[in-house]
Design a protein around this ligand. Structure first.
Ligand code: COS
Length: 385
């Protein structure tokens, strides 16, 4: 379908598509097998200015909106969502600074991320706080001109690879969600270290580690926003980033359909290409319908967010759920269409199916997204009655 993209939007698609086809697709199996961080490919994306897409021009970026980042991530997702996740996590890591940071923090940190010279990461999750984002245990205590942090973050994307980390810690335990604050941590801060790289089912090109704080001392001006506003900044950050996860899902699903359809055209059984059989055609048709619906919702949500940034929670969660559930279904069906070949590591769809699963889990499980949509509906209909 033609979405009538502007010239600039089409340019973002073309750049991301070229990097995907020329750099990501030929390397993705090797990156997956070796659990290798795609530094070279990310450097290529930096040279193409893709890291600057979500960052305002005054801080060295392209000044793009939600739709621009969605378009880039959709293309990257078509190639490999492990690489796409490493890229997206850097944007996720700087959203708290963009949303609630001071002018000095923006000037200090954003240009290097926009140029791809430095990567960022976002630290919320802990062993006992995932869906319950306000249940974190990491603490930050003010001591003179410094904050002292203690605790451990778990499953942090870009851990060990990023140079800038935005993390949330409790500053006033008695105040619940109002007692959390966000901080900027720099690689090399005393008392801060990253754990060893986790072994994962999928998205193996991305790095996932613990962030460990043992009496980590940082200057007091590293707090993001006012003390006690951390939970709200986290929620706004996730609202901003979830359409990008949806876009990775749309791209991944498209990549899986492309593989399955190509295979169905050339695989001959009972004397005909299997594409000629209605059973296979119906599967491919359902895959294509799901992808186009997910894409339309994703672009529509992104346009809504660009026009109404104060009203993003519901549409952001809606597109994340729909597109990532679609990606899981389509990648599973792509393996089915390809049968025994689909199950073999020699073909890309088994990796796509393994990769898809994380999309339904990270940046808020799809059950949490449905809670968010449900709560927003609850508020809307209370106003309407
Ligand atoms: N934007 C702005 N403010 C928000 C908000 C949003 N999207 N969502 C909640 N808030 C505010 C609420 O308005 C409330 O403010 P007040 O204290 O002034 O009333 C406050 O934040 C607490 O909100 P709520 O009571 O709804 O919080 P809950 O603890 O019930 O949590 C969910 C809500 C479940 C939606 C939240 O914890 C969540 O998103 N969890 C998933 C986290 C996640 O994605 N984890 C994955 C790892 S991160 S990569």
């Amino acid at each position: 379908m033609d979405y009538f993209l502007s010239e600039e939007q089409q340019m973002i698609v073309d750049i991301a598509r070229q990097i995907t086809d020329e750099k990501i697709v030929p390397k993705r199996a090797e990156l997956d097998e070796k659990h290798q961080f795609p530094r070279e490919i990310l450097n290529e994306m930096a040279r193409a200015d893709l890291f600057g897409v979500p960052i305002p021009e005054e801080y060295g970026g392209f000044g793009g909106g939600c739709l621009d980042i969605v378009l880039a991530l959709e293309q990257l997702g078509r190639g490999c969502i492990g690489v796409g996740t490493a890229f997206a996590a850097s944007s996720l890591g700087i959203y708290p600074i963009l949303i609630s940071g001071t002018e000095e923090q923006k000037r200090k940190y954003l240009p290097d991320v926009a140029s791809g010279k430095k990567f960022a990461a976002f630290g919320l999750t802990e062993a006992n706080a995932g869906s319950d984002a306000s249940g974190i245990q990491t603490t930050a205590v003010q001591d003179g001109d410094e904050w002292v942090l203690n605790g451990t973050k778990q499953w942090i994307t870009n851990g060990g690879e990023a140079q800038i980390y935005t993390i949330v810690a409790i500053t006033d335990r008695s105040k619940g969600a109002r007692g959390a604050s966000m901080f900027i941590i720099e690689e090399g801060d005393a008392g801060f270290s990253c754990g060893s790289k986790e072994k994962k089912m999928g998205i193996r090109a991305s790095s996932t580690t613990e962030l460990i704080f043992k009496d980590c001392r940082i200057p007091k001006d590293r707090i993001i926003g006012r003390r006690g506003t951390g939970f709200i900044t986290v929620m706004k950050t996730l609202d901003s980033s979830r359409p990008g996860i949806a876009a990775l899902g749309v791209g991944l699903a498209q990549g899986a359909l492309d593989e399955a359809a190509r295979y169905a055209k050339q695989r001959v059984q009972f004397g005909k290409p299997i594409m000629a059989f209605q059973a296979v055609q119906h599967m491919l048709a359902d895959m294509a319908i799901g992808i186009e619906a997910a894409r339309a919702l994703c672009y529509g949500a992104a346009k809504h967010i660009d026009a109404h940034p104060e009203d993003m929670s519901k549409v952001s969660s809606m597109c994340k759920v729909f597109a990532t559930d679609t990606a899981m279904k389509v990648t599973t069906d792509a393996v089915q269409v390809m049968g025994g070949y689909g199950y073999m590591c020699e073909y890309p769809v088994e990796k796509m199916m393994r990769d898809a699963k994380i999309l339904q889990i990270y940046e808020g499980t799809n059950q949490i997204q449905r809670n968010v949509v449900g709560q927003e509906l609850n508020k809307e209909y209370a106003r309407k009655k």
